[in-house]
Design a protein around this ligand. Structure first.
Ligand code: UDP
Ligand code: GLC
Length: 345
């Protein structure tokens, strides 16, 4: 980090370990003593930041928690809490040169704080701002605020940037920065670690294993891989991840779907894991199956770093990572048959 790097207040609405938070962890570490993180929810992300020596505090979201990406009109209580949080963010920002918002909710309150303490606000946009990911009114509000208040919008892919400008976002604000991912944890996995990880799962030694890493959410497409599994009698699948934002009903539905398809003994639900590099190396193929356009998809890069063939759905930022047929294979979204055929190739 250059000696001239500004001192930064990073703001994130989540306390869980999603891709946006794991990316922020790397970024905040690079800023060292010039970084401070403010989370709008408590959770394991706080502990991880603390373990890395990054100053972190939590200001709970309150009623703003109930505002979802699909929400059309936030409640009056949500507005009150947005003002309350903007003042709290402003207090932290007084000690810093820049406010850096790592999520949409964080940007809304940071934009308010920026006005209060006259600090520039950078929004790291990690979502494709368009239906079906977001309601049209939600997109309009976010883009209008960005045009008025963001000093820069950092997009995690060209696809994310294109959705922002298509929704009326000012192109001059945007810089595209793909996620950088540290190869070291992947290079450090020895063959015996991968073998031990596989053994611990109780999967037959010579079975073919395909793995999907990702939080449980219908748009991440776990249901499509399950369906594909039904057409691949000898294949085992690992589902690595958990419902991070209240999608427990979806998780139960996946278990029911596995039973119904008769693949319960070959579908392994491992929950949220911290040994992703080992589990990737213990797999024969890494699959990505998002049914909506993926803004970036860290898991795709990670599969490549683990030196595993990666199959991914073609929309969003994925085509900026994989050259089809050369560095991976792209399949259409929500097409279990195409996914099964590609796994069997
Ligand atoms: N991940 C993890 N443990 C899990 C499942 C996923 O650490 O059990 C990590 C994964 O390695 C990746 C991130 O979560 O770094 C997911 O990021 P991605 O960009 O693929 O998707 P997002 O959840 O941000 O939409
Ligand atoms: C978001 C996106 C994901 C991206 C991650 C990191 O969570 O859903 O595609 O990789 O942010 O930028």
């Amino acid at each position: 980090m250059s000696a001239h790097a500004p001192s930064v207040l990073f703001v994130d609405h989540a306390g869980v370990l999603g891709g946006a938070e794991l990316s922020l962890l790397d970024l905040a570490r690079a800023f060292g003593e010039r970084a401070e993180v403010l989370l709008l929810s408590d959770g394991p992300f706080r502990a991880l930041l603390e373990a890395r020596g990054i100053p972190v505090s939590v200001e709970p979201l309150g009623a703003l928690r109930r505002v979802k990406k699909e929400t059309r009109l936030p409640s009056p209580a949500a507005f009150t809490d947005a003002f309350r949080l903007a003042r709290r963010v402003a207090t932290h920002a007084r000690r810093r040169a820049l406010i850096y918002a790592n999520s949409q909710k964080a940007f809304v309150v940071s934009a308010g704080a920026g006005v209060l303490v006259h600090r520039p606000v950078v929004w790291h946009l990690r979502d494709i701002l368009a239906p079906p990911h977001f309601s049209a009114s939600n997109v309009r509000a976010a883009v209008t605020l960005a045009n008025l208040r963001a000093a820069r919008v950092i997009a995690n892919s060209r696809a994310t940037a294109a959705a922002f400008t298509a929704a009326g976002g000012r192109a001059s604000l945007v810089r595209i920065v793909h996620n950088g991912i540290d190869p070291l944890p992947f290079d450090a996995v020895r063959d015996e670690d991968a073998a031990a990880a596989r053994l611990s799962l109780g999967i037959p030694k010579d079975a073919f294993v395909v793995s999907l890493f990702g939080r449980f959410h219908p748009w991440k497409g776990q249901q499509v891989l399950l369906q594909a599994l039904a057409a691949l009698p000898a294949v085992h699948a690992l589902f690595v991840g958990a419902p991070l934002f209240g999608e427990e009903a979806f998780e139960s539905a996946l278990h029911a779907q596995a039973r119904k398809l008769g693949v319960g003994d070959r579908a392994h639900f491992l929950g949220f894991r911290l040994d992703v590099p080992e589990l990737m190396r213990a797999s024969d193929v890494v699959a990505h199956a998002s049914v909506y356009p993926e803004p970036f998809g860290r898991v795709i890069v990670e599969g490549m770093l683990a030196r595993r063939p990666v199959i991914a759905t073609r929309d969003g930022g994925v085509g900026e990572i994989i050259t089809d047929g050369e560095t991976g294979v792209l399949v259409p979204p929500n097409d279990a048959e195409a996914l099964a055929k590609t796994i069997a190739m």
